[in-house]
Design a binder for this molecule. Structure first.
Ligand SMILES: Nc1nc2c(ncn2[C@@H]2O[C@H](COP(=O)(O)OP(=O)(O)OP(=O)(O)O)[C@@H](O)[C@H]2O)c(=O)[nH]1
Ligand SMILES: [Mg+2]
Length: 318
């Protein structure tokens, strides 16, 4: 049986459970998950190697988690939506994930229209069925089938890992013959230092409320891997002095809480001891600055870093 592979993009509204699904299918925490909508800001690849089993061929699925589809109101939002559209381009299969417990509304129609325009085959995943009244399931499936010609409709619980075997089997069937795109031991395209920044941002999201989580971003200033200790320094950017005061907290208590929780998470990821230093800075209106938003993207950061390294190298001509 020939090897199968392909790019499979997960799309849906904020909070539908896209990142939870990515983590569950890959079996590692590659994407941060919180109860707050718009948690994910970049597209994230998770690589699944499928072993040959009975009649099922072996293969590699490159899953792509995306930010939740929303109407953009600033540069950050526009960049997030660009990440969604980039993930749709050239993918072999779409997984549209919806919160099955929520009513279908204008936001859902907006996502469905993007799916229809994309034209790729699409599976509908009815997520959070652990919270759904079982009698609601069949009518819900019928409703959705009226709205679009989905290649499959699969009820799942990403959180409880229900329905995921059926999902994987169907995805494998839908993928074309193809090469192994990534080595077997690679789980994601994200560099570790970006994952570390995300783990810090996750703790910021968990520790703050209202506007603060949305007005915050995290950039790594220093990342040094030693034999026994990894040193990380990072800056949490917010937009106003009042937000900075909230992030720091009384006598630094909030920042300390964020730092301790993030350090434990990072240690779990890297499997080494971590020394973490956090700073908070105000950058007024950064979400409306195209340049700064661009700078917060790890792909841009990687490009800048490799450019800086090249500059430091001695010029062979001189
Ligand atoms: N009960 C239940 N909760 C779930 C399930 N899947 C995800 N959740 C919860 O839904 C919330 C949002 O999950 P995420 O995975 O961050 O959702 P997302 O679609 O990635 O959200 P954005 O990144 O903001 O677009 C979290 O609190 C999850 O724990 C599920 O199957 N059942
Ligand atoms: Mg997400």
């Amino acid at each position: 049986m020939a090897f199968r592979s392909g790019f499979v993009s997960i799309i849906g509204r904020p909070n539908a459970g896209k990142s939870t699904l990515l983590n569950a299918l890959v079996g590692e925490k590659l994407a941060i998950v919180t109860r707050k909508p718009q948690t994910t800001r970049n597209r994230i690849q998770g690589i699944i190697n499928v072993e040959r089993k009975a009649k099922r061929p072996a293969g590699q699925i490159i899953l792509v988690d995306t930010p939740g589809v929303h109407k953009p109101i600033n540069s950050l939002n526009r960049r997030m939506m660009k990440e969604v559209y980039d993930a749709l381009e050239g993918c072999d299969l779409l997984l549209l994930i919806v919160d099955a417990t929520a009513r279908f509304g204008a936001g859902d129609k907006f996502v469905l229209d993007i799916v229809k325009k994309g034209g790729q085959p699409c599976f509908l995943l009815l997520n959070k069925i652990d919270m759904l009244d079982k009698q609601r399931l069949l009518p819900l499936i019928a409703e959705y089938k009226e709205r679009h010609d989905f290649a499959e409709v699969i009820p799942i619980s990403a959180m409880k890992r229900e329905g995921l075997d059926a999902l994987l089997a169907s995805v494998m069937k839908a993928l074309p013959e193809g090469p192994r795109y990534f080595p077997k031991d690679q789980l994601t395209d994200q560099p570790e230092r970006f994952l570390v920044a995300e783990l810090i941002r996750e703790q910021v999201l968990l520790a703050t409320e209202q506007e603060v989580p949305y007005a915050t971003t995290v950039l790594i200033d220093q990342y040094e891997e030693g034999a026994r200790l990894t040193r990380v320094a990072a800056t949490i950017y917010c937009e106003r002095e009042g937000q900075k005061a909230i992030l720091i907290g009384k006598q630094g208590s909030t920042l300390k809480k964020i730092g301790t929780a993030a350090r434990l998470q990072i240690q779990g990821l890297l499997n080494t001891k971590v020394f973490l230093e956090l700073f908070v800075k105000v950058r007024a209106g950064w979400r409306d600055s195209r340049d700064f938003v661009q700078e917060t993207d790890w792909r841009t950061q990687m490009q800048n870093m490799s450019r800086a390294e090249k500059k430091d190298e001695p010029d062979p001509e001189s």
